[in-house]
Structures are given as structure tokens and as C-alpha cells.
Design a protein around this ligand. Structure first.
Ligand code: IPE
Ligand code: IPE
Ligand code: MG
Ligand code: MG
Length: 316
């Protein structure tokens, strides 16, 4: 097995002096997700298998990096409406989970494993997986609408950001749509497929705390780009047990990626460059230093360790 130092669990995103912040983010995400899911699963008058599939698709969850970034940005900006921030974080993660359920379907990547367990269509059925993704998408927007309370202006802006980064022409749908084109615009494909939800994360975090979204786009885009390069490295170098999902998929589906274009070392250099730029792009805010620290830790965790890289390069 080739070991790469990439964090899979949220516990590792912070650490050292950031640990207190990380604990509260985890606790907030757990509580908010639990309350949203409990309501969405309904009672005895709702179809039981679909209710179970919703729960299965969202819990115990993956690294929850997007909502962690969202809450970190909200906290860096003052987090004066924590309930709205929590709702935004859950909504964003629901969209992400929905995108994975649909992405794993036979119509897309036909994957058997996700987060170390059978994919939703394998555990339940294809119709239930389609409906699970649909239900989670609708639920995400309902969560935001419900959280609006007496701050509808912020919620509406967040709904607009999340819509833009989920649909066409700039969201996940667009990203997945590129896979049906004969000629792929690689940067548009990656920006829409992966970058979009990271932009939503930074922008919704700022909006939840009453700040303008626009200055936060670049940070989200850069973290998203770095994440895609790290994901390409993981896809090329990890094994299925470590990753909990099929590996080597870019090669199987003949998709262009950072490793095939730049080689392993080149992709690692690219990752470092992007994350350096991400730190420089953090907008001025009270928690600027905390955010820079988060991105630095993120960079450390994502960067493959040198011996593994040499071995990986030798195996290619
Ligand atoms: C996987 O995202 C899908 C991509 C955009 C590459 P994550 O690696 O964040 O998945 P989970 O939520 O931690 O399982
Ligand atoms: C999934 O992309 C990202 C979505 C927009 C759903 P991939 O297909 O590249 O990611 P994994 O390997 O299945 O997580
Ligand atoms: Mg895919
Ligand atoms: Mg996939």
C-alpha cells in the first residue's frame, strides 16, 4: 500500500491550538444534521425504505470538509447568526451527499463502494438512490428557507449561491454534464464539478455572518482546485481500503486529471502553489489568521509524504 498523508476525518482539519474551534464545529454539524434528518425522515406515513436511505446517505458522513470551511469562514466573520450558519452548513453537505449518491449510480460512475460501505443503490435500489438524491437536494433548499426567520435577506442570498453552485451553467450539474461532451474543457469541468461547492462554502459562510459574498469567491475556488488535485492524487495512489471508494477511476473512465497531465511530483507542486495562493487570497476579517492557519494545516494534510511519492513515481 502506498501511504499518502491525506486527512479523511474532520478531526484532523484543525489540531494544535485550533482544536477547540474544531470541536465546536463537529458538535454543531452533528446536532444540526441530526435535527434536519429526523424531520426529513418523517413518521409512519412516509415510505420507510426511502427514509432509511436518506439517513444512510448522510450519516456517518465523510470528511465534511465543505461545511467545516463554511462554519470556519462564518466564525472568522463574527458568526452573529449561528443558527443560520448551521443551516447553511447542513444544506451544503446535503447537496454534496446528494451529488455523491447520483454520481455513484450506474448511469454515472457505477460505483459499489462509498465511504467504506455499499453505495445507496447497492444497499437499497436504483430507484431509491435516484429519489434519495432528489430528496436531499430539495431538503437542502428547504433547510435554508426555514432558517431564514427574520433574516430573509441573508437566506435568499445563500439560496442563490447554493443554486448557482449546484445547477447549470456553473454548478455540479454542469460539472457532471462535461462528462457527456466529446471535448472536455478541463478547468471548466473541475471548477464546476468540484470547485463549485467550495466556492459555495466560503461565500455562504460569509453571507451567514452578514458579509458580502464576492470577496470570498477566490478563496473557495483555490481550495476547490487544490482539493481536486489532491483527489486526483488519491485516486491514482491510494488503495480501496484506505479510501473507502473505488480507486483508479480516472484511468478506468479515461478522464483527464492532474496526475496524468503533470505526473505525481508535478501534481504535488501544483497543490502547494494553489494552497499558497489560497492563503494570500483570504479577505480581511477578524479571523483572518485562524483561516490562514486552517489552510496551512489543510496543505500539510493533503501533501503526500516524500518517500511515498518517490515510490509512487517509480511504480508509474
Ligand atoms: C468526494 O468528496 C467527491 C469529490 C468532489 C472528489 P469528499 O472527498 O469530500 O467526500 P466525503 O464527503 O469526504 O466522502
Ligand atoms: C464526484 O466526482 C463529484 C461530484 C460532483 C459528484 P468523482 O466521480 O470524480 O468523485 P468520486 O471519486 O466518485 O468521489
Ligand atoms: Mg464521477
Ligand atoms: Mg465518482
Amino acid at each position: 500500500m502506498i501511504y499518502i498523508q491525506v486527512s479523511i476525518k474532520t478531526d484532523n482539519w484543525f489540531g494544535g491550538k485550533g482544536k477547540g474551534e474544531q470541536m465546536s464545529i463537529t458538535a454543531r454539524l452533528d446536532a444540526a444534521t441530526h435535527s434536519v434528518l429526523t424531520k426529513a425522515m418523517g413518521g409512519t406515513d412516509a415510505p420507510a425504505k426511502l427514509a432509511q436511505a436518506l439517513h444512510y446517505a448522510v450519516t456517518p458522513g465523510g470528511a465534511r470538509i465543505r461545511p467545516t470551511i463554511l462554519l470556519s469562514v462564518a466564525m472568522a466573520c463574527g458568526d452573529d447568526r449561528p443558527a443560520l450558519s448551521d443551516a447553511a452548513a447542513v444544506a451544503l453537505e446535503l447537496i454534496h451527499c446528494a451529488s455523491l449518491v447520483h454520481d455513484d449510480l450506474p448511469a454515472f460512475d457505477d460505483a459499489d463502494l462509498r465511504r467504506g460501505k455499499p453505495t445507496v443503490h447497492r444497499a437499497f435500489s436504483e430507484p431509491l438512490a435516484v429519489l434519495t438524491g432528489d430528496s436531499l437536494i430539495v431538503l437542502a433548499f428547504d433547510v435554508l428557507a426555514e432558517a431564514a426567520g427574520d433574516d430573509a435577506a441573508r437566506a435568499i442570498q445563500m439560496i442563490r449561491v447554493l443554486s448557482k453552485r449546484t445547477g447549470m451553467p456553473h454548478g455540479i450539474c454542469a460539472g457532471q454534464g462535461w462528462e457527456s461532451e466529446a471535448q472536455v474543457n478541463l478547468s471548466a469541468y473541475h471548477r464546476a464539478k468540484t470547485g463549485a461547492l467550495f466556492i459555495a462554502a466560503t461565500q455562504m459562510g460569509a453571507l451567514a455572518a452578514g458579509q458580502d459574498a464576492e470577496p470570498w469567491e477566490e478563496l473557495g475556488a483555490r481550495i476547490g482546485e487544490a482539493f481536486q488535485v489532491a483527489d486526483d492524487l488519491r485516486d491514482a495512489l491510494y488503495d480501496v481500503e484506505t479510501l473507502g471508494k473505488p480507486v483508479g477511476q480516472d484511468a478506468v473512465h479515461q478522464r483527464p486529471n492532474a496526475v496524468s497531465q503533470l505526473g505525481v511530483q508535478g501534481a504535488v507542486r501544483r497543490l502547494k502553489d494553489i494552497l499558497g495562493g489560497a492563503i494570500a487570497s483570504i479577505p480581511a476579517c477578524p479571523g483572518e489568521a485562524m483561516l490562514a492557519d486552517m489552510v496551512r494545516r489543510y496543505a500539510e494534510r493533503m501533501t503526500p509524504v516524500a518517500p511515498a511519492l518517490h515510490r509512487a513515481e517509480a511504480l508509474r
